[in-house]
Structure formats: C-alpha cells, structure tokens
Design a protein around this ligand. Structure first.
Ligand code: ZN
Length: 313
C-alpha cells in the first residue's frame, strides 16, 4: 500500500545547544543543551524510525536496505541525505567538511555538502560564511596565528534566508539561530576554531587544523539564487539544486495537488498545519512533523496553511 513514512528521530546534546527544539517545536528534549534533532536520518550515529503503517518501528537504514523499491532502486549504497533542525543557543565551532573523495579516503564515509534554511534568528544574529584568505599559505598563516577577525567572513541573517554550504566552505552557525539543515548523510566535521570554550567536563573539544587546511577551498562561497513560482494556492521556491540534493520550500494557503518528480522526497513541516491525502487516505500534518514520500506514492494532495522544506536526490 502506498503510504507516507512518518518518522521519529533522535536528539543530540551539544555544548552550544538550547531549549528551542522543545519551546518552538514541542519535541521532548534530554537537557537544556539540546542542539540537534536528526529529523530524517539513516546515519549510524542517529537513525530515524518509521512511526506509522506497515513498516512501523523499522529503522530507516534497514528499510532502505531491505525495501529498495520504496526508494526507486537507487544506486546510492547508503541513504544519501540527512535532515536536521539545529538550535544554536551559542556559536557552533568554526568548521569545514571534506568532499566525498577526502572523506572516503580518511573517514570511510560520505563527504558533507550542506545547506541551511533559517527558521528563526534573533536580531543581529550572524553566521560565518567563507574566509578572506587568498591562498592556502595565507589561510594556514592566519589559522596558525589565530587571527580570526582578519580571516573569517561574518554575514547577518534573518528568518527565511537560505545558505548553500558546499564541502570545503569555512562556516559556523551563530548564536540565536534555528535552522533546518539538509545535508549529505555524513558526520565528519573538521573544527578550525572553537572559541577556546570548555565542555561540561572542563575539556576543550578537539581541533583538526591539518585536515581543515587540506580541505578548505580558496575563494568566496557562491550562494544559490532562490526562484519562486506560484501555482494556485502554492508558493513553490526552488532553494538549491546540486548533484547532491535539490531543496524546495512549499508555502501553502489552501490546496495543491502534486505529481512525483523524483524517486522519493523528504518533507519537513516548519509551520502551520494541514492534511496530506495519499491513495484515498488522509494524514493530519502539523509543525515539527517529518516524513518521506516513497517511490510508490505517485501523487498526493495537500490542504491547509503550512510551510515545508522538501528535498530529494
Ligand atoms: Zn557544518
């Protein structure tokens, strides 16, 4: 039977985390330092489980392996995407991720290209997006000297902004920002700078300067240019389209019918509520819910007033 796969997933505590995953989304959180909800994940460090229908209780990694037909019999060996919501109650470390070739050779997993949709941001909130060095030599020199103000590029952000962060980009999400992140399914992060702050045990987190200098690219990051079309009650914005993923925003006020355009799609409801109709059955939707529309869902109908971020390979 064709049905959406609603998911329940794991929280991750972080030294920079807060309580907005509970306060804004109503999730149960383990502590007041909860940083990440791995909303749609088959990564071994936090696998989602199906919470409805014939596959109820099944972990997503196993489902992907044993029911490839639900994913269009893909060529990707592991489920390639990971959707997270991050609550940056403080700055995340200044970091960079490797590309697939470097990550496979050194870490045995995928590289990490990611992108952020800003759900909320406090006034004057900032991110780090890129750096000012014009050569690897200058980059290494400024990192080793700790000249962060000279090196790092800060950008002000507000709710609704979108940033494409390819592997090799220097980046950090700043204090007071909540984002939905769509990324390759990878957990490899090279920390460049962590603000010299200790964790709850008084330890500094590891830095990875050699790997960072290896993988950091020179030149300013090229953000994507979102493109919006309005189809009846639906405002559809293409946020980014790359070889790793395509990401859209749906803003619905009323009703819309959809036909499948990719083998399977990942959907996260960020605000509002409504109803999803698939194969003669209705599923209520509300803020904070995440689901996959698998390959046997050829078409679906949405009604209500809601905003969602949608991705596919
Ligand atoms: Zn990152």
């Amino acid at each position: 039977m064709a049905e959406p796969l609603f998911l329940e997933s794991q929280m991750h505590e972080k030294i920079w985390g807060g309580t907005k995953l509970r306060d804004e989304f109503g999730y149960a959180i383990p502590s007041s330092h909860t940083g990440e909800y791995w909303a749609i994940s088959a990564h071994p460090n936090g696998v989602s489980r199906v919470k409805n229908g014939q596959y109820k209780g099944m972990p997503l990694d196993l489902l992907y392996k044993e029911h490839q037909e639900l994913f269009g019999n893909p060529s990707d060996e592991v489920f390639p995407l990971l959707t997270k919501i991050l609550d940056a109650n403080d700055w995340l470390s200044v970091q960079v991720h490797p590309d697939d070739a470097y990550a496979m050779a050194h870490e045995g997993e995928l590289g990490k290209t990611e992108c952020w949709y800003v759900i909320s941001a406090e006034p004057d909130a900032e991110i780090i997006y890129g750096h000012n060095a014009s050569s690897k030599e200058e980059l290494a020199k400024l990192i080793e000297a700790g000249q962060w103000d000279d090196l790092l590029t800060k950008v002000k952000v507000k709710a609704g902004d979108f940033f494409y962060v390819p592997s090799g980009t220097m980046h950090a999400i700043g204090k007071g920002i909540v984002v939905l992140e769509t990324q390759q399914s990878s957990d490899t992060t090279y920390r460049v700078y962590d603000f010299d702050r200790p964790d709850q045990n008084g330890h500094l987190r590891d830095l990875h300067l050699k790997q960072s200098i290896d993988v950091l690219t020179i030149g300013k990051p090229q953000n994507s240019t979102p493109d919006t079309v309005i189809i009846d009650d639906l405002c559809l914005t293409a946020l980014v389209s790359t070889s790793f993923f395509t990401v859209y925003k749906w803003q619905l006020k009323g009703e819309a019918s959809f036909k499948k355009t990719a083998p399977y799609s990942l959907v996260s409801i960020l605000s509002g509520e409504g109803k999803l109709d698939v194969a003669g059955k209705s599923y209520p939707l509300q803020k904070g819910e995440h689901f996959i529309l698998p390959a046997d869902v050829e078409s679906w109908h949405l009604s209500g007033e809601l905003e969602a971020i949608v991705s596919h390979v």
